[in-house]
Design a protein around this ligand. Structure first.
Ligand code: NAD
Length: 472
């Protein structure tokens, strides 16, 4: 809980979590649904919390990562979270308005409408890579929809998770929003609580476990998962321009971004030139990755070892590895920006989500081969296509499936407040952000209000007359 003592045995921690949930649940059943004013007040409190604690959050996240540039945390975490609050504040009255629907002839006079109502208590399990935004963006949507919320942040960002628990405890009552901190065991117990909806952001493997735990209580879920997000670079697009966008999206936060380009499909004649252009971008952006305050650290030793192992495995299989400052970065506990050409299918780089600063380049012969390569794999969270030709762009979009997509750029679709964000297939279930987030955490209650008389009821039994009429 917000004030949970980490030295307590897990059973006491779990009991405290359950008690906090019960309190939220009881309040959600006792109190009337939050009206517009209360929802706005909660969103305003969230905004003040984020603004006043910005410095504390930024330095906690930097501590957790070893290195994370202040501006990166501001741009990728604080700005989108505050943007989501403002977007909700601006549109909430409109979103909450009942939606009129058509009434069939037999049911007139009468009215049909959808009323968006709070679901009750929402659970949010968040990962470590953007710990603030991925805990608080779903919170914005859940509060906009009038719910009470319990958040479980990641144990891999202990400084941030503690700061969040303290901040939420100050900004909200214990029957509005609470934070439960802890590791996998707390996560498991959390996913087994009978929430009215559970949003999980994390890996596909853990997502499967969360889905099972939620199913036992018939809890509906939103699963924001991972995967291998491809870039398809068409022959007509300027290489240096593409390299700038791809390097930006890939090496930000040292590749620990769920929608970072995972690999690049490039016309085979251009593979080496693209690798050089990417390295040139990297050298410009991060002159000395080992010491560069703008080049993020990798979150844990386990993840560093995983990434270093993936590079070694690709090398051993004969792939061409081009890194910028590899040894110095490793000595400094970081992983250098690395481009790999020709990683064989059986290597980790080709088969698993990379989630780090390693970028395989996959040469293709014809555009159709690149599309087939993408379609032979799990449906990704994001897809990027670089082409100047609108027909090529439309062709790639029409013949692939992904959670979201940016044309001629990377990451930028997530920054559009008016667009839903989510995966498809193994990259996720359901979407949130903006009005889709509001609806995700609302119950769309269909209401019919009868007029003074209804033709349909007048047709009631005895059925003889109606049966004869229908037989004609
Ligand atoms: P993770 O799945 O290891 O952990 C995520 C959260 O789940 C953490 O809070 C963790 O404590 C908790 N958890 C762990 N085991 C659990 C269990 N059995 N039951 C319930 N909860 C459990 O993910 P991670 O390493 O923190 O994050 C990286 C992954 O998240 C990547 O795969 C990345 O693509 C994905 N991701 C997706 C999005 C998105 O929006 N789709 C955003 C960011 C990250």
């Amino acid at each position: 809980m917000a004030d949970a003592d980490p030295t307590k045995p897990p059973s006491a921690e779990l009991a405290a979590m359950r008690a906090a949930f019960d309190r939220l649940h009881a309040a959600s059943r006792r109190e009337p649904p939050a009206d517009l004013d209360l929802r706005r007040d909660r969103l305003e409190r969230l905004k003040i919390m984020v603004r006043t604690r910005a410095d504390q959050f930024v330095s906690a996240i930097a501590d957790d990562f070893g290195t994370r540039a202040r501006i990166e945390t501001e741009l990728m975490e604080l700005v989108p979270t505050l943007g989501a609050v403002d977007h909700a504040l601006k549109n909430l009255a409109k979103w909450m308005r009942p939606e009129k629907r058509k009434v069939g002839l037999n049911f007139q006079p009468g009215r049909a409408f959808i009323q968006y109502e709070p679901l009750g208590v929402i659970g949010i399990i968040s990962p470590w890579n953007y710990p603030l935004n991925l805990a608080l963006s779903p919170l914005v949507d859940a509060l906009a929809a009038g719910n009470r919320v319990m958040i479980k942040p990641s144990e891999l960002t202990p400084a941030f998770s503690a700061a969040l628990a303290e901040a939420i405890g100050e900004a909200f009552d214990a029957d509005e929003v609470v934070v439960a901190t802890g590791g996998v065991e707390v996560g498991r117990a959390f996913a087994s609580l009978p929430f009215d909806h559970l949003l999980f952001t994390g890996s596909t493997a853990v997502g499967r476990e969360v889905y099972k735990a939620a199913a036992a209580n018939l809890v509906p879920v939103t699963l924001e998962l991972g995967g291998k997000s491809p870039v398809i670079l068409a022959d007509d697009y300027p290489l240096t321009k593409a390299a700038r966008s791809i390097a930006f999206g890939k090496f930000l936060n040292a590749g620990q971004t769920c929608i970072a380009p995972d690999y690049v499909l490039v016309p085979e004649a251009k593979a080496d030139a693209l690798a050089e252009a990417l390295l040139a971008e990297v050298r410009k952006s991060y002159p000395d990755p080992a010491r560069d305050p703008d080049y993020s650290g990798v979150i844990s030793k386990r993840h560093r070892d995983r990434l270093v192992g993936a590079i070694a495995a690709a090398r051993a299989k004969g792939a061409k590895v081009m890194a910028h400052g590899e040894e110095a970065a490793q000595n400094a506990g970081k992983v250098a920006p690395t481009i790999v050409i020709g990683a064989p299918e059986e290597t980790i780089l080709a088969s698993e989500e990379i989630f780090g600063p390693l970028l395989p380049i996959v040469p293709y012969h014809r555009l159709e081969d690149a599309i087939a390569f993408v379609n032979a794999r799990d449906r990704p969270l994001a897809l990027y296509c670089f082409s100047k030709n609108p027909e090529t762009q439309a062709h790639v979009l029409r013949h692939t499936v992904s959670g979201g997509a940016t044309i001629n750029g990377t990451l930028l679709h997530i920054a559009q407040e008016s667009l839903p964000f989510g995966g498809v297939g193994p990259s996720g279930i359901g979407a949130y952000h903006g009005v889709e987030g509001f609806k995700r955490f609302s119950h769309a209650r269909g209401v019919y209000r009868a007029g003074p008389f209804i033709a349909f009821e007048r047709l009631g039994p005895p059925w003889g007359k109606l049966a004869r009429r229908m037989a004609k």
